[in-house]
Design a protein around this ligand. Structure first.
Ligand code: HEM
Length: 230
């Protein structure tokens, strides 16, 4: 494979291409020809998850500052990053099961459940709910009011920020669902994971909601409007 030429342009210096491009195994050391794709997928996802955690931190600060507008903007970006991660998983579907097994054997006890980005997101996302409720309270609004009259001017930004939270919850669940499908396709769900847990346990994660109160508010509105029982 062609080596990179001198990586010393302003672009290289700013993006830090030299260290970045040296973070993958050398081509000669790859377990098989699919391993570079596997490593790059994981490394780039760690970077995106780092960026998502930062957006979540900025969202919390915005809510503490009563700024629903910026909270919404950062949440929308977070949701788009999560959607991108779901799509990135599809690239791994180009790998045959038997080729993946060669990589998996080389992984040792390495497990995606140790992903620092994923675990930081799992810790950070739930911390948005309380600041959102407090910001509503300070604005003299209740969630049900805002849901019932989303277009009423004083409600608009609070409503949109709430819906952006819902969007992040949905995209996180979708990522976990796509990942479950990836695991099912590559190794099957009956197999014990590299840490001894059945891969089937991933199914429980798919249903995890970070903001159940928001989903309940949707149900309450349906019930109140149509009388549907729930
Ligand atoms: C060939 C593709 C993949 C397969 C077959 C696969 C398989 C698995 C399995 C079986 C588990 C269960 C737990 C364990 O092994 O310890 C797991 C967990 C996990 N993997 Fe993957 N994985 C794949 C790709 C990825 C990628 C690209 C990422 C991105 C960082 C990732 C992140 C995770 C995370 C975050 C968990 C914990 C998930 C949760 O608790 O819901 N995986 N993976």
């Amino acid at each position: 494979m062609r080596e990179y030429d001198n990586l010393d342009t302003d672009y290289d210096k700013y993006i830090k291409t030299e260290p970045l491009l040296s973070l993958q195994k050398d081509i000669d050391d790859l377990t098989n020809p699919d391993e570079l794709c596997f490593i790059v997928t994981h490394q780039s996802m760690e970077l995106w998850m780092k960026a998502a955690v930062y957006e979540v931190d900025k969202t919390r600060a915005a809510l503490e500052n009563n700024d629903f507008f910026f909270a919404r903007r950062n949440l929308k970006r977070t949701a788009l990053i999560l959607k991108h991660l779901s799509h990135a998983l599809w690239i791994l579907e180009s790998m045959s099961q038997s080729d993946y097994h060669e990589i998996r054997l080389a992984l040792g006890r390495g497990s995606g459940s140790d992903s620092p980005g994923f675990n930081r997101l799992m810790g950070a996302l739930p911390t948005l709910w309380e600041p959102y409720c407090l910001a509503l309270e300070r604005a003299g609004l209740s969630l049900d009011q805002v849901m019932e009259q989303p277009h009423y001017d004083p409600h608009v930004l609070a409503y949109e920020a709430g819906m952006a939270l819902l969007g992040v919850d949905k995209e996180f669940q979708t990522f976990r669902y796509e990942h479950l499908q990836a695991a099912k396709r590559q190794i099957g769900l009956k197999v014990k994971s590299l840490k001894g847990v059945p891969a089937k346990a991933l199914e429980q994660g798919v249903l995890k909601e970070f903001y159940p109160e928001l989903w309940q508010a949707v149900e309450r509105l349906t019930h109140k409007t149509t009388g549907d029982s729930y």
